[in-house]
Design a protein. Structure first.
Length: 120
């Protein structure tokens, strides 16, 4: 287990050193920290409910070189959640549209608990 973790972190570090923000392999990492829902619907500004709580919790667990998202996990997508989504999409190098769809969920799930900072 330790060797897999070290190998994964080394690989992620090499990718980040190359200037490419590739997410670590997605796994059950999100459920380790958050357990609001397994549903990952498409979300946008003014969305609400358990899926937004899951999103907020996961965004809070993505390490950034500039600090975490610091969101209230309240299930209401307002300005702070919106800004955190845009920042994550930009820092992760995925399409920036402010909408959390399948690509953003998959990338976010990979970064949760990775302990590798997005250099942003």
């Amino acid at each position: 287990m330790r060797n897999r973790l070290v190998s994964g972190l080394v690989a992620a570090g090499i990718v980040l050193a190359a200037g490419i923000a590739t997410a670590p392999a997605a796994s059950a990492q999100a459920s380790q920290y958050c357990g609001y829902t397994d549903s990952q619907p498409t979300l946008g500004y003014n969305s609400g409910g358990d899926a937004v709580k899951q999103l907020q919790c996961e965004l809070n667990h993505v390490p950034y070189s500039s600090g975490g998202a610091g969101l209230d996990v309240d299930g209401a997508w307002g300005n702070a959640t919106d800004a955190a989504v845009w920042k994550f999409q930009r820092c992760a190098g995925i399409g920036q549209d402010g909408v959390v769809g399948s690509q953003t969920w998959a990338t976010l799930n990979g970064w949760v608990g990775a302990h590798v900072s997005l250099n942003c």
